[in-house]
Ligand binder design. Sequence first.
Ligand SMILES: *Cc1c(COP(=O)(O)O)cnc(C)c1O
Length: 458
Amino acid sequence: MKTYPAEPFKIKVVEPCKTMTREERLEVCKKAGYNTFLINSEDTYIDLLTDSGTTAMSDKQWAGMMIGDEAYAGSKNFLHLQEIGREYYGFKHIVPTHQGRGAENLLSRLMIKPGDYVPGNMYFTTTRYHQEANGAAFRDIIIDEAHDSQKDLPFKGNIDLNKLQALIDEVGAEKIPYICLAVTVNLAGGQPVSMANMRAVKELAHKNGIKVFFDATRCVENAYFIKAREEGYANVLVKDILKEMMSYADGCTMSGKKDCLVNIGGFLCMNDDDMYTRARELVVVYEGMPSYGGLAGRDMEAMAIGITESVDEGYIEHRIKQVEYFGDKLIAAGVPVVQPIGGHAVFLDAKLFLPHIPQEKFPAQSLAAHLYIESGVRSMERGIISAGRNIETGENHKPKLELVRLTIPRRVYTYAHMDIVADACIKLYKDRGKIKGLKFTYEPPMLRFFNARFDIAD
Ligand SMILES: *Cc1c(COP(=O)(O)O)cnc(C)c1O
C-alpha cells in the first residue's frame, strides 16, 4: 500500500478556520462576481486559491525577521541572500525583486527587442504579459502530451526539441533572445521537466547562440520529481539535483513566494557580468537599490533561510506527497483531474467535470465558484479566463486545458484538511448536472482573471 509521510514539523502558532452557512457563502460569492479572487480571506474555510506567499514560515525564519538590517544600501541580509543564492542556485549574480513578476519585468526589458520570439514550455500569465509588453511573441514549445490532462507521463513539462528547432528554422536564432523554461510547469498542472531535457535544451540553445532562462518558481519541487522519477538520481540529494538543474541555465527568475518559503520576495539571477550591470541600472527604476529590490532587509533574511529549508529532504518529500494524497483520493472516486498529480496543486479538469458547459461559458470559473458556495473551499480558474485575449487580434486565447486549481500552501494544512476538500469535490462531482455556466459583467483589459466579474449565464 502507498504510504504518505506525517508532517515533518510541529505546529507552534495557529489561526482558526472560519465556517459559514451555504446561504452566507452564496451571498459572498454573488458579491464577489463569482470570481474567487474577489472573495475575502475571512470568508474562506480552506483557502487553496494559491500557494503563492501563503507559506507558514519556520521559527528560524521568524527569528531571521528580527535581524533585519534595514539600511538603504548594503544591507547585511542582502549579503546573506547573495551568499545563499550562489551556494544553492549556483549563479554568479542575484538581483532581489519584490516578487517574481518584478524579476520577469527586468528580464524581459533587458533581453527582448520588438519583433522577437520567446519560446517557453507553456505560458504563465505574468511571464507572458511582460514578454508581450516588451514586443515579443510567445511560442509554446512544450510537448503535445502536456495539453492532454489524462496522459500520465513522468516529465510532462518537457520542451519538444523539434518544436524549438522548427522555431529557430522559421524565424532565425537572432530573433530568439532566450528560451523561458519553467520548472515545474504551473499551467500544465505542476508538471516537472527532466534533467535530460534541460541538458538537451541548453545544448541546442547554446549551439544557436540562444540563452536559457529558467522560471525557477517551483524548482525544488521539480528537483524532487527528478529524484523520484529519473534514472540515476534516486540517491542524489535534492540540494545537489537543484544545483545541477541550474547549471543548464544562464540565469533564472524566481518567485520566492513559492519554493523559497516566504510570504513576499523574488529575484533575478544571471552569470553574465554585463547583463548584471544593466540589471543593476534597471532595478533602481522599478524596484529599488540592487541591494534590496523592493524588499525589506528582514524579508531577504527570511528568504535566504527559506532557501536552505526548501531543499530539506523531509520537507520536500512531505510537500509533494501531501498533494499526491489529495489527488489520489479524487482519482479513486473517479473525479477528473490532471494526471499525474503535480507538485503544488491538484487540477480539476472542468471540461470533463462539466461537459454540458461550453468553454465560452467558462466552465472552470463556474466550477471554482460553485466549489466555494458548496464547501467554503477556495480555488482558482486556470482556463480561458486566465489565458486572456491575443494582444493584437483581441480574440480569446482558447487553451486546451480548462482547469480549476486547488493549490496547497506549504506547511499550512494537514491531511485531515485534504480529506475535507476531497470530499467536497467528490460531492460536487455527483451533483455536477446542476452547475451552470457564467458570463462577464466586467472584463478588465489585462490579466483579467484577477478582477473580472461574472453572473450566471442563461
Ligand atoms: C507565481 C508565478 C510567477 C510570478 O511570481 P509572483 O511572485 O506572483 O510575481 C511566475 N511564474 C510562475 C510559474 C508562477 O507560478
